[in-house]
Design a protein around this ligand. Structure first.
Ligand code: NDP
Length: 271
């Protein structure tokens, strides 16, 4: 049987790294992409090939996909996962930082989809997994730009799914809740770079309060398993939220409506 070929972005840590390793363990040949090559080299093996790239660099993406096709002849799985969370009140996050959030989290995914889809269409097969978030279906104080980027990912994913299903290509979303990776420490470091006037101190404290559960949250293995299940299933769910609290949060947002949900969240953030 032909070996299946995967490309995983954001593979230098957290969910991407766990996914690259699990796919490799399950027989895939994995191109593992991120900016920190030294971190990628730690997982290099007969089944994992590191690729240094920034997802905002269109030319680097084109060259990477060309390399995948010229060396392996096909691409079966794309896991669009590289991302970060720009925290801060909407009034205070600079437009430059907001653009950066979309450049990485949204246009980064779109660039990869545009580059792999011609090959998947030609093969008449393939699976694209777009990593969204519990914030892809809700938005809370201090998470505005990050939530906007994940809502955009979900809208693009739902559109492209319908565009390519006739070519035998699956496009699915995985929506993690809080997972213990480098993500939260990076979010908090970025939050420190945003100048908030004293009026927003309640929001900042609330963010720290919400993210205080991170040390006890699950590790990235459960998300990697969800990706493996999605890419090996003949009929994967189009949106898989996990762990359970991520499913419940989306249901609560839908049931409560915007105003009641905002009240509940403010209580949780101890406003
Ligand atoms: P990590 O911070 O551990 O990993 C993020 C990865 O993205 C790193 O490998 C980083 O690599 C890569 N990355 C960031 N910016 C770029 C860029 N410009 N170009 C290339 N690679 C980049 O976080 P997670 O593993 O937790 O996050 C993975 C995905 O999961 C993200 O999309 C995030 O939004 C989502 N998610 C995470 C949650 C969590 O609680 N952890 C919850 C919900 C969703 P490098 O810096 O080396 O380039």
């Amino acid at each position: 049987m032909t070996q299946r070929i995967a490309l995983v972005t954001g593979a230098s840590s957290g969910i991407g790294r766990a996914t690259a390793e699990l796919l490799a363990k399950n027989g895939y040949y994995v191109f593992a992409a991120a900016r920190r090559l030294d971190r990628l080299e730690q997982i290099r093996s007969d089944h994992i090939e590191p690729v240094e790239l920034d997802v905002t660099d269109e030319e680097a993406i084109r060259m990477t996909v060309n390399h995948v096709i010229s060396t392996k002849g096909r691409i079966d799985v794309l896991v669009n996962n590289a991302g970060f969370g720009q925290l801060g009140a909407i009034e205070c996050v600079s437009m430059e930082a907001a653009h950066r959030q979309f450049e990485v989290n949204v246009f980064g995914y779109a660039r990869f989809m545009q580059t792999v889809l011609p090959h998947m269409r030609e093969q008449r097969s393939g699976c694209i997994v777009n990593m969204t978030s519990v914030m892809g279906k809700m938005s809370t104080p201090g998470f505005g730009w990050y939530a906007a980027s994940k809502h955009a990912v979900e809208a693009l994913t739902d559109a492209v799914r319908g565009e390519v299903m006739e070519f035998g290509i699956e496009v699915v979303l995985i929506a993690p809740g809080l997972i213990k990776t480098e993500f939260v420490p990076r979010q908090l470091a970025l939050l420190d770079t945003v100048a908030h006037p004293p009026a927003y101190q309640k929001v900042i404290k609330g963010l720290y309060h919400l993210l205080a559960n991170e040390p006890t949250s699950p590790g990235p293995a459960i998300i990697a398993q969800a990706v493996l299940d999605a890419v090996t299933s003949a009929n994967p769910p189009v949106r898989h939220a996990l762990p359970l609290d991520a499913k419940l949060a989306a249901a609560a947002r839908w049931l409560f409506g915007a105003r009641l949900f905002a009240w509940v969240i403010r209580r949780q953030m101890k406003f």
